[in-house]
Design a protein. Structure first.
Length: 280
């Protein structure tokens, strides 16, 4: 494993820094990628979702507050109606998201409900962050939900967002904007890889994980970031750019593999693998 982009420290110290980061973070935004919410057949991966929600609830019991930014509406839509899988047309894609958003929220509602926790849905588009009044209302709603112990589940308003007009573009960026707006302590992106590698780990078995990043431009010169998945809209570059955004506000970002059981608890205990981008 690579030491770090910007510094070279011992393994024990590194894990201790990750443990401290989790311990010190009270307000956490967690973005969940569509890759981990669906299995190889494009169906919703209930076990992964259940385990994630259990981990979030454990954080909440420890006094942490969380906001979820969740992808997966398209995947959930396909699983629900089992057609239009191959339709490329934007109308069908947005229709699938409209159907899937209900399924997705239903799943979160049931899973959090088992722990006695309510969820609230917030569908946002780029304009919401660009307009001062809307921005203020989003912030107030988020604070109210969180203060009352409700978990906000944020997603791009896919059925009205069109790339060229008003779309944030991907949930990595939406998550970063949400973390900044809320004044989060930590932003976590859960994808299907352990973190940023020097090459795409899906294509190269020898790819090495980069565990700590202090210098994003230096990182970008070191790695090959090509390739993205079928369902994911972001790819690794949008995750790195999301880190740049939050780091500028002093918010650290963790990229980890959300399909690994109890990954957040492991990281919080100073175990497990991830890439941590330390905020300035
Ligand atoms: P998500 O749906 O979770 O947002 P994406 O598919 O958008 O995930 O992005 C993650 C993917 O980026 C990984 O599954 C991996 O195949 C790809 N990737 C390309 N280059 C790299 C790299 N250098 N390090 C890690 N992942 C990479």
């Amino acid at each position: 494993m690579k030491e770090a982009c910007g510094a070279g420290f011992g393994k024990g110290k590194k894990m201790e820094r990750v443990r401290e980061l989790f311990e010190d973070s009270r307000k956490i935004v967690i973005k969940i990628g569509s890759n981990i919410l669906s299995d190889e057949n494009g169906n919703v991966n209930g076990n992964v979702m259940r385990n994630l929600v259990e981990q979030f609830c454990r954080f909440m019991k420890e006094g942490k507050r969380i906001i979820i930014v969740s992808s997966g509406a398209g995947v959930c839509g396909m699983a629900a109606i089992n057609k239009w899988r191959r339709k490329d047309d934007i109308n069908y894609k947005q229709a699938l998201c409209a159907i899937g958003q209900v399924e997705l929220m239903n799943a979160y509602k049931d899973l959090f409900g088992k722990h006695g926790i309510h969820v609230g849905q917030m569908l946002l588009s780029r304009e919401d962050f660009e307009d001062h009044v809307r921005d203020l209302h989003i912030r107030n709603t988020l604070f109210t939900l969180v203060d009352e112990g409700v978990v906000p589940v944020v997603n791009e308003n896919d059925s009205v967002s069109v790339e060229e007009i008003n779309s944030v573009g991907d949930n990595d960026t939406l998550g970063a904007l949400t973390a900044i707006l809320w004044g989060a302590d930590l932003f976590i992106i859960l994808s299907d890889i352990d973190g940023v590698y020097d090459k795409n780990p899906k294509n190269d078995a020898g790819a090495e994980l980069i565990e700590e990043v202090y210098d994003i431009d230096g990182l970008l010169m070191e790695i090959d970031a090509r390739g993205k998945s079928h369902f994911g809209t972001g790819g690794i570059l949008t995750k790195i750019e999301a880190a740049r955004r939050v780091n500028e506000y002093g918010i650290s970002m963790v990229l980890a593999n959300g399909s690994k059981e109890n990954i957040l608890q492991e990281l919080a205990e100073g175990r497990g693998k991830a890439t941590v981008f330390f905020g300035k």
